[in-house]
Design a binder for this molecule. Structure first.
Ligand code: KIV
Ligand code: NA
Length: 264
Protein backbone atom coordinates (compact mmCIF):
# COMPACT_ATOMS: atom_id res chain seq x y z
CA UNK A 1 0.00 0.00 0.00
CA UNK A 2 1.15 3.49 -0.73
CA UNK A 3 0.47 6.52 1.45
CA UNK A 4 -1.52 8.04 -1.45
CA UNK A 5 -4.31 6.16 -3.22
CA UNK A 6 -6.86 6.71 -5.97
CA UNK A 7 -9.32 7.49 -3.16
CA UNK A 8 -7.10 9.96 -1.32
CA UNK A 9 -6.27 11.77 -4.57
CA UNK A 10 -10.01 12.03 -5.35
CA UNK A 11 -10.49 13.49 -1.86
CA UNK A 12 -7.77 16.08 -2.58
CA UNK A 13 -9.61 17.06 -5.75
CA UNK A 14 -12.82 17.51 -3.77
CA UNK A 15 -10.96 19.88 -1.42
CA UNK A 16 -9.56 21.69 -4.51
CA UNK A 17 -6.02 20.70 -3.53
CA UNK A 18 -3.55 19.96 -6.32
CA UNK A 19 -0.96 17.17 -6.32
CA UNK A 20 2.22 16.39 -8.19
CA UNK A 21 3.59 13.54 -10.30
CA UNK A 22 7.06 12.96 -11.72
CA UNK A 23 8.35 10.12 -13.83
CA UNK A 24 10.72 7.74 -12.06
CA UNK A 25 12.58 4.82 -13.57
CA UNK A 26 14.97 3.67 -10.84
CA UNK A 27 15.29 3.23 -7.07
CA UNK A 28 17.46 6.29 -6.42
CA UNK A 29 15.20 8.81 -8.14
CA UNK A 30 12.20 7.05 -6.63
CA UNK A 31 13.65 7.67 -3.16
CA UNK A 32 14.50 11.33 -3.90
CA UNK A 33 11.09 12.05 -5.44
CA UNK A 34 9.02 10.24 -2.82
CA UNK A 35 11.04 11.64 0.11
CA UNK A 36 10.40 15.11 -1.34
CA UNK A 37 6.69 14.58 -0.85
CA UNK A 38 5.69 14.18 -4.48
CA UNK A 39 2.39 12.32 -4.25
CA UNK A 40 2.62 10.11 -7.33
CA UNK A 41 5.35 8.68 -9.56
CA UNK A 42 4.94 7.42 -13.10
CA UNK A 43 7.08 4.66 -14.56
CA UNK A 44 6.41 6.11 -17.98
CA UNK A 45 7.10 4.52 -21.34
CA UNK A 46 8.94 7.83 -21.89
CA UNK A 47 11.81 5.65 -20.67
CA UNK A 48 11.98 4.61 -24.33
CA UNK A 49 13.10 8.15 -25.10
CA UNK A 50 15.07 9.20 -22.04
CA UNK A 51 16.70 5.89 -21.03
CA UNK A 52 16.79 3.90 -24.26
CA UNK A 53 17.40 6.71 -26.77
CA UNK A 54 14.49 5.90 -29.11
CA UNK A 55 12.59 8.75 -30.76
CA UNK A 56 9.17 7.30 -29.90
CA UNK A 57 7.72 5.07 -27.15
CA UNK A 58 6.70 2.37 -29.67
CA UNK A 59 9.71 0.04 -29.03
CA UNK A 60 9.12 -0.20 -25.24
CA UNK A 61 8.00 -3.61 -23.91
CA UNK A 62 6.06 -4.72 -20.83
CA UNK A 63 9.24 -6.39 -19.51
CA UNK A 64 11.06 -3.02 -19.78
CA UNK A 65 8.37 -1.29 -17.70
CA UNK A 66 8.21 -4.16 -15.19
CA UNK A 67 12.01 -4.04 -14.69
CA UNK A 68 11.97 -0.31 -13.96
CA UNK A 69 8.81 -0.54 -11.84
CA UNK A 70 10.54 -3.05 -9.56
CA UNK A 71 13.41 -0.63 -8.96
CA UNK A 72 11.05 2.27 -8.35
CA UNK A 73 9.05 0.17 -5.88
CA UNK A 74 12.22 -0.62 -3.89
CA UNK A 75 13.19 3.05 -3.56
CA UNK A 76 9.70 4.38 -2.86
CA UNK A 77 8.94 5.87 0.55
CA UNK A 78 5.21 6.49 0.10
CA UNK A 79 4.22 7.80 -3.33
CA UNK A 80 1.57 6.08 -5.44
CA UNK A 81 3.27 4.32 -8.36
CA UNK A 82 1.59 4.39 -11.77
CA UNK A 83 3.13 2.16 -14.47
CA UNK A 84 2.56 2.59 -18.21
CA UNK A 85 1.19 -0.28 -20.24
CA UNK A 86 3.37 0.06 -23.35
CA UNK A 87 2.47 0.00 -27.04
CA UNK A 88 0.20 -2.91 -28.05
CA UNK A 89 0.34 -4.53 -24.59
CA UNK A 90 -3.40 -3.82 -24.12
CA UNK A 91 -4.69 -4.36 -27.66
CA UNK A 92 -7.30 -6.74 -26.19
CA UNK A 93 -8.75 -6.85 -22.66
CA UNK A 94 -7.11 -10.24 -22.08
CA UNK A 95 -3.67 -8.93 -23.06
CA UNK A 96 -4.26 -5.95 -20.81
CA UNK A 97 -5.01 -8.25 -17.85
CA UNK A 98 -1.93 -10.40 -18.39
CA UNK A 99 0.41 -7.43 -18.84
CA UNK A 100 -1.13 -5.34 -16.05
CA UNK A 101 -0.61 -8.31 -13.71
CA UNK A 102 3.13 -8.22 -14.50
CA UNK A 103 3.29 -4.50 -13.67
CA UNK A 104 1.24 -4.83 -10.47
CA UNK A 105 3.37 -7.76 -9.30
CA UNK A 106 6.50 -5.69 -10.04
CA UNK A 107 5.19 -3.07 -7.59
CA UNK A 108 2.82 -0.73 -9.46
CA UNK A 109 -0.32 0.52 -7.68
CA UNK A 110 -2.07 1.71 -10.86
CA UNK A 111 -1.63 1.00 -14.59
CA UNK A 112 -1.95 3.64 -17.32
CA UNK A 113 -3.15 3.17 -20.89
CA UNK A 114 -3.66 5.52 -23.83
CA UNK A 115 -7.03 5.91 -25.52
CA UNK A 116 -10.72 6.60 -25.09
CA UNK A 117 -13.97 4.80 -25.72
CA UNK A 118 -12.48 1.68 -27.32
CA UNK A 119 -10.78 0.97 -23.96
CA UNK A 120 -13.95 1.03 -21.84
CA UNK A 121 -14.38 -2.77 -21.70
CA UNK A 122 -10.68 -3.10 -20.80
CA UNK A 123 -10.89 -0.45 -18.06
CA UNK A 124 -13.99 -2.13 -16.59
CA UNK A 125 -12.36 -5.56 -16.68
CA UNK A 126 -9.17 -4.37 -14.95
CA UNK A 127 -10.89 -2.35 -12.22
CA UNK A 128 -13.41 -5.12 -11.49
CA UNK A 129 -10.47 -7.46 -10.95
CA UNK A 130 -8.57 -5.15 -8.60
CA UNK A 131 -6.32 -3.12 -10.88
CA UNK A 132 -6.87 0.66 -10.73
CA UNK A 133 -6.58 2.35 -14.12
CA UNK A 134 -5.30 5.76 -15.19
CA UNK A 135 -6.43 6.71 -18.70
CA UNK A 136 -4.45 9.04 -21.00
CA UNK A 137 -6.08 11.36 -23.58
CA UNK A 138 -5.10 14.29 -25.79
CA UNK A 139 -1.67 13.66 -27.27
CA UNK A 140 -1.21 9.91 -26.92
CA UNK A 141 2.43 9.31 -27.92
CA UNK A 142 2.01 5.58 -28.65
CA UNK A 143 -0.23 6.66 -31.58
CA UNK A 144 2.30 9.14 -33.01
CA UNK A 145 2.28 7.26 -36.32
CA UNK A 146 -1.49 7.69 -36.75
CA UNK A 147 -1.51 11.22 -35.31
CA UNK A 148 1.24 12.33 -37.73
CA UNK A 149 3.50 13.86 -35.11
CA UNK A 150 3.69 15.16 -31.54
CA UNK A 151 1.09 17.93 -31.87
CA UNK A 152 -1.38 19.72 -29.63
CA UNK A 153 -4.73 17.88 -29.71
CA UNK A 154 -8.29 19.17 -29.37
CA UNK A 155 -7.84 22.52 -31.12
CA UNK A 156 -10.98 22.22 -33.30
CA UNK A 157 -14.44 22.15 -31.68
CA UNK A 158 -15.03 18.65 -33.12
CA UNK A 159 -11.73 17.31 -31.73
CA UNK A 160 -12.41 18.94 -28.37
CA UNK A 161 -15.88 17.38 -28.24
CA UNK A 162 -14.42 13.95 -29.04
CA UNK A 163 -11.90 14.24 -26.18
CA UNK A 164 -14.65 15.34 -23.77
CA UNK A 165 -16.76 12.33 -24.82
CA UNK A 166 -13.77 10.02 -24.30
CA UNK A 167 -13.09 11.52 -20.85
CA UNK A 168 -16.68 10.95 -19.73
CA UNK A 169 -16.61 7.42 -21.11
CA UNK A 170 -13.41 6.34 -19.38
CA UNK A 171 -14.67 7.71 -16.05
CA UNK A 172 -17.97 5.86 -16.47
CA UNK A 173 -16.01 2.67 -17.26
CA UNK A 174 -14.19 2.92 -13.93
CA UNK A 175 -10.93 4.77 -14.57
CA UNK A 176 -9.65 6.37 -11.36
CA UNK A 177 -7.35 8.96 -12.92
CA UNK A 178 -6.84 10.69 -16.25
CA UNK A 179 -3.66 12.09 -17.78
CA UNK A 180 -4.39 14.87 -20.26
CA UNK A 181 -1.44 15.71 -22.53
CA UNK A 182 -0.93 18.70 -24.84
CA UNK A 183 -4.41 20.19 -25.09
CA UNK A 184 -5.52 23.83 -24.93
CA UNK A 185 -5.93 25.00 -21.33
CA UNK A 186 -9.65 25.82 -21.77
CA UNK A 187 -10.38 22.24 -22.82
CA UNK A 188 -8.37 20.88 -19.89
CA UNK A 189 -10.30 23.13 -17.50
CA UNK A 190 -13.64 21.95 -18.93
CA UNK A 191 -12.69 18.29 -18.56
CA UNK A 192 -11.24 18.74 -15.06
CA UNK A 193 -14.47 20.41 -13.92
CA UNK A 194 -16.66 17.81 -15.64
CA UNK A 195 -14.98 14.75 -14.10
CA UNK A 196 -15.03 13.58 -10.48
CA UNK A 197 -11.76 11.68 -10.93
CA UNK A 198 -8.52 13.68 -10.74
CA UNK A 199 -7.03 14.92 -14.01
CA UNK A 200 -3.23 15.14 -14.25
CA UNK A 201 -2.05 17.56 -16.90
CA UNK A 202 1.10 17.86 -18.99
CA UNK A 203 1.02 20.75 -21.45
CA UNK A 204 -2.62 21.25 -20.43
CA UNK A 205 -2.50 24.49 -18.43
CA UNK A 206 -2.86 25.00 -14.69
CA UNK A 207 -6.55 24.15 -14.19
CA UNK A 208 -6.00 20.41 -13.91
CA UNK A 209 -5.95 18.64 -10.53
CA UNK A 210 -2.34 17.55 -10.84
CA UNK A 211 0.74 18.09 -13.01
CA UNK A 212 3.24 15.59 -14.37
CA UNK A 213 6.63 16.10 -16.00
CA UNK A 214 9.36 13.79 -17.19
CA UNK A 215 12.12 14.03 -14.56
CA UNK A 216 14.92 14.44 -17.14
CA UNK A 217 13.02 17.37 -18.72
CA UNK A 218 12.43 19.26 -15.48
CA UNK A 219 16.09 18.76 -14.50
CA UNK A 220 17.10 20.55 -17.70
CA UNK A 221 18.66 17.51 -19.39
CA UNK A 222 16.59 17.69 -22.59
CA UNK A 223 18.38 19.82 -25.21
CA UNK A 224 15.06 20.45 -27.05
CA UNK A 225 12.43 20.75 -24.33
CA UNK A 226 8.75 21.14 -25.22
CA UNK A 227 7.01 24.46 -24.53
CA UNK A 228 5.29 23.03 -21.43
CA UNK A 229 8.56 22.04 -19.71
CA UNK A 230 10.03 24.16 -16.96
CA UNK A 231 13.66 23.75 -15.95
CA UNK A 232 13.34 23.56 -12.15
CA UNK A 233 17.02 22.63 -11.82
CA UNK A 234 18.00 26.12 -12.98
CA UNK A 235 15.75 27.68 -10.35
CA UNK A 236 17.11 25.27 -7.71
CA UNK A 237 20.72 26.25 -8.35
CA UNK A 238 21.68 22.75 -9.45
CA UNK A 239 20.27 20.85 -6.47
CA UNK A 240 18.15 17.90 -7.67
CA UNK A 241 16.20 17.44 -4.43
CA UNK A 242 15.43 21.16 -4.33
CA UNK A 243 14.29 21.12 -7.97
CA UNK A 244 11.90 18.24 -7.21
CA UNK A 245 10.56 20.06 -4.15
CA UNK A 246 10.06 23.30 -6.11
CA UNK A 247 8.06 21.39 -8.72
CA UNK A 248 5.85 19.98 -5.97
CA UNK A 249 5.34 23.37 -4.31
CA UNK A 250 4.63 25.25 -7.54
CA UNK A 251 2.23 22.55 -8.71
CA UNK A 252 0.32 22.65 -5.42
CA UNK A 253 0.11 26.46 -5.30
CA UNK A 254 -0.84 26.65 -8.99
CA UNK A 255 2.09 28.83 -10.08
CA UNK A 256 3.29 26.03 -12.39
CA UNK A 257 2.48 25.85 -15.23
CA UNK A 258 2.65 29.56 -16.08
CA UNK A 259 1.24 31.13 -19.27
CA UNK A 260 4.53 30.55 -21.08
CA UNK A 261 4.13 26.74 -20.58
CA UNK A 262 0.52 26.67 -21.75
CA UNK A 263 -1.31 26.15 -25.06
CA UNK A 264 -4.34 28.36 -25.70
O1 KIV B 1 5.51 8.16 -20.38
C1 KIV B 1 5.36 9.22 -19.76
O2 KIV B 1 6.27 9.79 -19.15
C2 KIV B 1 4.01 9.80 -19.74
C3 KIV B 1 3.84 11.17 -19.16
C4 KIV B 1 4.60 12.19 -19.89
C5 KIV B 1 2.41 11.54 -18.98
O3 KIV B 1 3.09 9.16 -20.17
NA1 NA C 1 3.64 7.34 -21.31
Amino acid sequence: MSKYTIQSLAALKKEKKKFACLTAYDATFSRVISESGIETMLVGDSLGNVLQGHDTTVPVTTDDIAYHTAGVARGNTGAMVIADLPFMSYATPEQAMINSTKLMQAGAHVVKLEGGQWLCPTIAMLTERGIPVCAHLGLTPQSVNTLGGFKVQGRSPEQAEAIIDDAKAIEAAGAGLLVLECVPSDLARTISELLTIPVIGIGAGNSTDGQVLVIHDMLGLNPRPAKFVKNFMAEAGGDITKAVMLFGEQTRNGSFPAAEHTFN
